[in-house]
Write a protein that binds this ligand. Structure first.
Ligand SMILES: [Zn+2]
Ligand SMILES: [Zn+2]
Ligand SMILES: [Zn+2]
Length: 371
């Protein structure tokens, strides 16, 4: 034990006396709570087992009900397991307002308990548990799915849920392994390990599902020669949204369905998902260099070069990787040469005129097409 740890231990000297031996944090080091409330851990693992039961089936067997209970139980598992760890750190940390914590409220279970967001922050700041940004994002998605389910009775499409559930399961299994298991008694450990083994099997089958699906889509996109018109889906994040396929009554493409999550996208919706700037309003920046319509999105990841977001026209289904906004009027222009100034033909002409004759009246941009 380092002197630092001893100091930490002393700070706990004035803990309440009424606490049961099981809950009392007998700390050995700052990140090692002595004992956990096993019934709570078992309860959390039960929820996880239910998630795997609902989602670990064959793809075609997963029903709407399965998706619903998977989301609800995964959410419950997160709540319970994070709380179990907080409780071992100090029982007041499971209260939404630790400064109002009382033993009575804890014993009678009448407390208003900590939210998942705050539990994550407390685990990071107080228990020094490492939780990555990606894991936090997965937890955030889970919370949104659960809220949507409770208020509107619906969730994201099943494949999305399955993928997200996989991410949260991944996190929780690791969390149980590293943060909870070491502090259980040997007998409890054996019990928990048995459940974990089953969970790992379930997680593996969810991962297989995701990999199979992405592989199949990759094959379809390549066979169709659609690499340049397949983009990242705003809903699921997979590069599986193939544009330029579905045609409306007049032959124009009206919508596209993501091959991964099955979400249907209208051209207009997509435009708002890929705004040109923070304001998110349509402007000259959305002018397609090819069709001249306001149908150009920005920061779109395309299958053929998924690492970098580029301007992409949802009407033409064409990417314009070398295009940037004109420095003066914001119309997208080809700027492959990387020169200092990016000016469209007309703004360039104006700049030359100004150089020659000095600054004149502001130009009216509406009267003619770009040169
Ligand atoms: Zn999608
Ligand atoms: Zn276009
Ligand atoms: Zn310009």
């Amino acid at each position: 034990m380092t002197p630092d740890d001893e100091l930490q231990d002393n700070t706990l000297a004035d803990r309440p006396t009424g606490m049961s031996a099981q809950m009392r944090p007998r700390r050995k080091s700052r990140s090692a709570p002595a004992q956990l409330d096993f019934p709570l851990v078992r309860n959390g693992l039960d929820y996880l087992a239910s998630v795997v039961d609902h989602l670990g089936k064959n793809e075609s067997m997963v029903t709407e009900q399965d998706v619903k209970y998977a989301v609800l139980h995964l959410h419950a598992a997160v709540e319970v397991l994070l709380k179990a760890r907080l409780l071992s750190e100090h029982w007041s940390l499971v209260f939404s307002e630790p400064h109002q914590a009382t033993r009575k409220a804890l014993d009678e279970a009448t407390l208003s308990s900590v939210s998942i967001d705050h539990a994550v922050t407390r685990l990071q700041n107080i228990a020094l548990v490492r939780i990555s940004d990606k894991e936090k994002l997965a937890l955030k998605h889970l919370k949104e799915d659960r809220n949507q389910l409770q208020h509107f009775g619906m969730t994201a499409p099943a494949p999305v849920i399955e993928t997200r559930a996989g991410e949260v399961l991944d996190f929780l299994i690791h969390f149980v392994d590293h943060e909870l298991l070491p502090h259980l008694s040997d007998r409890e450990k054996i019990e928990a390990r048995l459940v974990l083994r089953r969970l790992r099997g379930g997680l593996a089958s969810i991962k297989v599902f995701v990999r199979k699906r992405t592989n199949r889509i990759r094959g379809e996109v390549t066979t169709a020669g659609a690499e340049n018109r397949t983009i990242g889906c705003p809903e699921c994040g997979y590069t599986a949204l193939v544009l330029g396929e579905a045609a409306g009554p007049d032959g124009e493409p009206v919508s596209a369905t993501c091959r991964f999550c099955t979400t249907l996208w209208e051209q207009k919706e997509l435009l708002y998902c890929f705004p040109a700037d923070d304001r998110g309003e349509l402007s000259e920046l959305n002018t397609c260099p090819q069709c001249r319509e306001w149908t150009l999105g920005w920061g779109v990841r395309v299958f053929s070069n998924p690492d970098k977001g580029v301007p992409f026209c949802f009407a033409c289904s064409v990417a314009f990787p070398s295009f940037v906004p004109c420095d003066r009027c914001s119309r997208p222009i080809d700027h492959a040469d990387d020169s200092d100034q990016a000016l469209c033909g007309r703004c360039w002409d104006n700049a030359v005129e100004e150089d020659r004759y000095g600054l004149e009246e502001p130009m009216d941009y509406d009267d003619e097409e770009q040169g």
